[in-house]
Design a protein around this ligand. Structure first.
Ligand code: PLP
Length: 431
């Protein structure tokens, strides 16, 4: 039972606060969290939950990490924020220095912004300005894969999957982009000619109007938790080069180890012309993202008219967020992250395998520290979220997808409890 203070908090929340993709006056439960440490969420009613979500790909080191707390505290003593126009500072510079040691070599020009969606808008604008500067201003459209997700702002939405992204609600407002089927070849399989054909045909017919191909390399996240052939990515890169089309890799979800490589592009391996990072960039502490372009892209924009890149958010390069991001990357690189993620991958594969035999389940798939149980029917959010909390875990499905993406520091016992809870709760769903 909740105490009166918590009761009041819930009433105000219900009356006045929107949650992600929710109604203002929603019947769905929200659970008040008082604190979080490691892979545990502590609820106001005294219950503790093992976290299976890492707060949507972000909290890769677990919550309340002493190293990350210390980085924030020491930066706070110097300054929380200063404008980035005409000023610079050590947290931004050392973050960029660190990033440049891990991203593919040709990527050298960094735009530090405030969220993933903004990073995608920035990437799209870079591509448009690049072609304008090259005298090919007719290149104004984007190509993308069905089943993708790139954020919630209007530009990013225009390249989200038209069905799951609900394009019908915004048809007259969204820019019309070119969608091709996502590859049928799965991760680990070669890409067939048939699989690459739709992209090849699109490029052959429309290259004069396409500025860039934007995609989530290898792992499509919020659009469907789908793992596709890395060989497709390699062939898509070749097609982009052959047709004069930039490649934007949206690694906002996959960056920093989640798929088993530091960046999912490494599975191919390819280097994009523009890379978007976010989510785990700050280890889940603050909103921060980065769009990183090749020198070819940045120098071309500089040489064009008006000779500047036209974007500059108020909180660009926020020192607190940069300081914690730098500490998070250091922590990751010092840790045996690859071995940890391999162990998580193995354990997810074994412990979720029994779900395959359940009549409710269509497919089970695992890649890196991502485990997905795809149901035959959409889950009922109201029942299933309570069932997971009652089972002592924090798992938040969407549509037909029940999935786990735990912090890399989760131990085998906690991961077993998470997987056992998924198996139990999935078995409780109607067939
Ligand atoms: C989450 C996500 C975004 C949007 O990031 P926000 O920080 O929520 O704006 C964009 N692209 C991908 C692949 C994502 O997973």
């Amino acid at each position: 039972m909740n105490d009166p203070a918590t009761q009041r908090l819930l009433e105000i929340d219900r009356a006045h606060i929107w949650h992600p993709y929710s109604a203002m006056h929603s019947e769905l439960p929200v659970f008040p969290v008082e604190s979080a440490r490691g892979v545990r969420l502590y609820l106001a009613d005294g219950r503790e939950l093992i976290d299976g979500m890492a707060s949507w790909w972000c909290a890769i080191h677990g919550y309340n990490h002493p190293r990350l707390n210390a980085a924030l505290e020491s930066q706070l003593e110097r300054m929380a924020h200063v404008m980035f126009g005409g000023l610079t500072h050590e947290p931004a510079v050392s973050l960029v220095e660190t990033l440049l040691t891990i991203v593919p070599e040709p990527l050298q020009s960094v735009f530090i912004c405030d969220s993933g969606s903004v990073a995608v808008e920035v990437a799209m604008k870079m591509a448009l300005q690049y072609w304008q500067a090259r005298g090919q201003g007719g290149k104004q459209r984007f190509a993308t894969l069905r089943g993708g997700y790139h954020g919630d702002t209007l530009g990013a939405m225009s390249v989200c999957d038209p069905v799951t992204g609900m394009h019908r609600l915004f048809t007259s407002v969204l820019a019309q982009q070119h969608f091709v089927e996502r590859p049928r070849s799965r991760f680990g399989e070669p890409c067939s000619d048939e699989d690459i054909a739709p992209l090849a045909q699109l490029f052959a017919g429309h290259h004069a109007e396409i500025a860039a191909l934007i995609l989530e390399p290898v792992v499509q996240g919020a659009g469907g938790m789908y793992f596709y052939s890395a060989d497709f990515l390699r062939r898509a890169r070749e097609l982009c080069d052959a047709h004069g089309i930039l490649l934007i890799a949206d690694e906002i979800a996959t960056g920093f180890g989640r798929s088993g490589k530091l960046f999912a592009c490494e599975h191919a391996p390819i280097a994009p012309d523009i890379l978007c990072l976010g989510k785990a960039l700050t280890g889940g502490y603050l909103s921060l993202a980065a769009t990183i372009a090749t020198t070819e892209v940045s120098a071309t924009i500089d040489a064009g008219d008006p000779g500047v890149f036209m974007h500059g958010p108020t909180f660009m390069g926020n020192p607190l967020a940069c300081a914690v991001a730098r500490a998070s990357i250091e922590l990751l690189l010092e840790s045996p992250w690859a071995a940890r993620i391999e162990a998580i991958e193995r354990q997810l594969g074994e412990a979720l395998a029994p779900c395959r035999d359940l009549p409710q389940v269509a497919e089970v798939r695992v890649l890196g520290a991502i485990g997905v149980v795809e149901m035959k029917r959409p889950v009922d959010m109201r029942t299933i979220s309570r069932q997971f909390v009652d089972a002592g875990v924090w798992v938040r499905p969407f549509g037909r997808l029940v999935y786990l993406m735990p912090a890399y520091v989760i131990d085998a016992a906690d991961l077993d409890r998470l997987c056992a809870a998924v198996t139990e709760v999935v078995a409780l769903q109607p067939r």
